[in-house]
Design a protein around this ligand. Structure first.
Ligand SMILES: C[S@@+](CC[C@H](N)C(=O)[O-])C[C@H]1O[C@@H](n2cnc3c(N)ncnc32)[C@H](O)[C@@H]1O
Length: 327
C-alpha cells in the first residue's frame, strides 16, 4: 500500500478537533487530560512500535494481548489532547517509513479514549516511575524510592488532578531551562522566582530546590492549587514557595528575577505586558507551552516590549523561549 493512500484515522478527529489553545492543559471538565491509546499493529513490528512510542515521550507502553492472528495490541497513556494529536501525525509517518522499508503493507490502526479520573489514577501509578528530565532534575512519584546521586535534585510530584508530571516536553523544557539558567555564569543569578500556571507546582518547587529564596506560584485552577500545596509540602519548600489562586491577568504586584510560564501561545501573547512588568531590571523570562509553528507569534510581543531573545529550544514539537531584560 502506498503511503498517500493511507486511510486517515477517523478515530482521533472527533475527540480532538485540534484544540486551538492548549485546552487539554486545563484540568477542565470538558477536556480530559489523560488518554488511552490502543494501537493494533502487525505482530512482527511489536518491538519497533513500542520503541517508537517511547521515543515520542510516552512513559509506559503495555502489550495488552499476546499476539493473535499476527496482530499485537499496544496500550499507551498520553498526557494532554495536543500530545495525542501530534502522535497521530507521527504514527502515520512511521507506518509509511516502515512500509517503504519493508516494501509491504503494515497493519496499524488505533483508537483513543479519554480516561476517567479513577482509571487515570491507576494508569499514572502504573506508568509514572522515576524520570530523569535534565542533568540534575529527577522527577518521581512519592510512592517510588530513589537514591540521590551527586548533584541530582529529586522532585516528588503527586499530580492529583493537575498538569505537571515532568513527562510532557513543555515541562521538561522549563526544567532544563531553570537548571541551565542557574548554572550559566554569564547570566545574573536569580534570587526570586515566579511560576505562572503552576499546575502541580513542579516548576516552583524546582526553583526553590535549586536555591531561589522566594518563589510565587499562581494558577486559577482550584485543583492545581490543591495539588501544588500538597507537593510544596511534600518537597519541604513551604517556607520558600507562596501559592496564589489567580490568573496571570490578575497579577499586579512583585518583581521577580526569574519568571517561568508554561501556558499556551495565546495566553502568553495576550499577557506579555503583565509578564514583562513582573520582571526585575535584569530579570529572565522562560516561556513554553506552544508549538514550533507559533514561535514567532509568541516571541513578537515580548521583543516589542524590549526583551532580548537568549535562546530558542524545542523538544518533540514543543518550544521554549528564554528572554532577558536590559542589555
Ligand atoms: C501547561 S500547564 C503547566 C503546569 C506546570 N507549570 C508544568 O510546567 O508542567 C498550564 C497551567 O496553567 C494554568 N492556567 C491556565 N490559564 C491560566 C491563566 N490565565 N493564568 C495562569 N495560569 C493559567 C492551568 O490551570 C495549568 O495548570
Amino acid at each position: 500500500m502506498g503511503c498517500d493512500t493511507l486511510p486517515y484515522p477517523q478515530t482521533l478527529l472527533p475527540l480532538l478537533m485540534r484544540p486551538k489553545t492548549k485546552a487539554g492543559f486545563r484540568a477542565s471538565k470538558t477536556a480530559p487530560r489523560w488518554w488511552r491509546l490502543r494501537l493494533q499493529i502487525s505482530g512482527w513490528l511489536e518491538d519497533p512500535f513500542a520503541s517508537f512510542l517511547q521515543d515520542q515521550g510516552i512513559a509506559g507502553v503495555e502489550i495488552e494481548t499476546e499476539e493473535s492472528q499476527g496482530i499485537s495490541v499496544l496500550v499507551a497513556y498520553v498526557e494532554s489532547a495536543e500530545s495525542l494529536y501530534g502522535l497521530e501525525g507521527a504514527l502515520r509517518g512511521y507506518k509509511c517509513s516502515l512500509e517503504d522499508l519493508f516494501g509491504r503493507s503494515v497493519h496499524c490502526h488505533w483508537t483513543v479514549e479519554p480516561l476517567k479520573d479513577e482509571d487515570w489514577r491507576e494508569a499514572w501509578k502504573r506508568y509514572f516511575r522515576v524520570n530523569r528530565v535534565s542533568q540534575r532534575f529527577v522527577v518521581k512519584p512519592p510512592w517510588e524510592t530513589y537514591e540521590v546521586q551527586g548533584h541530582e535534585v529529586v522532585l516528588d510530584i503527586d499530580p492529583g488532578q493537575a498538569f505537571g508530571t515532568g513527562l510532557h516536553a513543555s515541562t521538561r523544557l522549563c526544567l532544563q531551562g531553570i537548571e541551565e539558567i542557574l548554572e550559566n555564569p554569564r547570566l545574573p543569578h536569580p534570587r526570586t522566582g515566579l511560576d505562572v500556571g503552576t499546575g502541580t507546582g513542579i516548576l516552583a518547587i524546582a526553583m526553590a530546590r535549586v536555591g531561589l529564596e522566594q518563589v510565587v506560584a499562581i494558577d486559577p485552577d482550584p485543583e492545581a492549587i490543591e495539588a501544588a500545596q500538597h507537593n510544596v509540602s511534600l518537597n519541604d519548600v513551604s517556607e520558600r514557595v507562596r501559592i496564589r489562586r489567580i490568573p496571570v491577568e490578575g497579577l499586579r504586584e512583585g518583581e521577580f528575577d526569574l519568571v517561568v510560564a508554561n501556558l499556551t501561545g495565546p495566553i502568553l501573547r495576550r499577557s506579555s505586558h503583565v509578564l514583562r512588568r513582573r520582571l526585575s531590571p535584569n530579570g529572565i523570562l522562560l516561556v513554553s507551552g506552544f508549538l514550533e509553528e507559533e514561535v514567532e507569534a509568541v516571541e513578537r510581543p515580548f521583543l516589542r516590549r524590549g526583551l532580548k531573545l537568549l535562546e530558542r529550544r524545542s523538544d518533540e514539537m514543543w518550544c521554549a523561549l528564554w528572554m532577558k531584560c536590559g542589555g
